[in-house]
Design a protein around this ligand. Structure first.
Ligand SMILES: C[S@@+](CC[C@H](N)C(=O)[O-])C[C@H]1O[C@@H](n2cnc3c(N)ncnc32)[C@H](O)[C@@H]1O
Length: 234
């Protein structure tokens, strides 16, 4: 029978088990870094944009938050629903682009580990792997929209939390948050292996990165990552 000999991919972490279905990216170093620095108080309303298989959403729900999780990939939304069920929590999983599934709604925390790999012109694709990685020409395509929409979706005193690779630019992140009326800070930083897909795009990254973090010559072994917060004044 077709599909009967393909195995079942599971990811176990922090007392939870997550099913990793076909077409949904398994958790990577960035996912764990992101989730380690997500915190919500019981009862807080939380939105995770681009939830993937629901790692962050499930862990936040286990902290007692009321979580809405979105993704543009239908298999991811199904995975979030299944993984919430598997771990005994409720997550409101919705299909759609950026803030479209939560029009008119406000949250205490909006968070995302977004696709952010700078993507050379003509190299974009229309599949789930590309949706997980590709961040437009300079890596900021989705993040710019997330930041621009944050004030309209945060409650007073709420916070936007997201990850960036250092080559997107920490000062650039601060400037974009300030321009959107949010108070920026670094929640955490971590050095990780340089992403494999980044090696394929090294010259492009060097050409577009705003703060010259990648050495001009040679092949970097590591990249710094940041969890960045933008707080909306109360
Ligand atoms: C880097 S993955 C992160 C997945 C998961 N949150 C994690 O940390 O492992 C980015 C996710 O964003 C989703 N995504 C891409 N473009 C999106 C968009 N315009 N709106 C909502 N989600 C999007 C992708 O399908 C993917 O699941």
């Amino acid at each position: 029978m077709a599909g009967s000999d393909e195995g079942l991919l599971l990811f176990a972490w922090r007392g939870c088990v997550f099913r990793v279905p076909d077409g949904v990216q398994p958790p990577k170093g960035g996912s764990l870094f992101f989730c380690r620095h997500l915190a919500a108080r019981p009862g807080e309303r939380v939105l995770e944009l681009g939830a993937g298989l629901g790692l962050g959403a499930v862990l936040l729900a286990r902290q007692g938050a009321a979580v809405v999780a979105t993704d543009v990939v239908p298999a991811a939304v199904e995975a979030v629903r299944l993984n919430a069920l598997l771990n005994g929590v409720t997550v409101d999983a919705r299909l759609g682009d950026c803030y479209a599934p939560v029009a008119g709604e406000r949250f205490d925390l909006v968070c995302t580990n977004p696709p952010q790999m700078p993507t050379p012109p003509g190299r974009g694709r229309d599949d789930a792997a590309a949706a997980a990685d590709n961040g437009g020409a300079d890596g900021w395509a989705l993040l710019d929209r997330v930041i621009a929409g944050a004030r309209g979706h945060l409650r007073p005193g709420g916070r936007l939390v997201f990850t960036i690779f250092a080559f997107l630019g920490r000062e650039t992140a601060y400037a974009r948050l300030e321009a959107a009326g949010l108070v920026p800070s670094i929640v955490a930083r971590e050095t990780q292996p340089f992403p494999r897909i980044g090696y394929e795009r090294l010259e492009h990254i060097r050409a577009v990165e705003p703060e010259a973090t990648v050495p001009a010559t040679g092949v970097p072994a590591t990249v710094e990552r940041f969890v960045v917060q933008g707080a909306l004044p109360a």
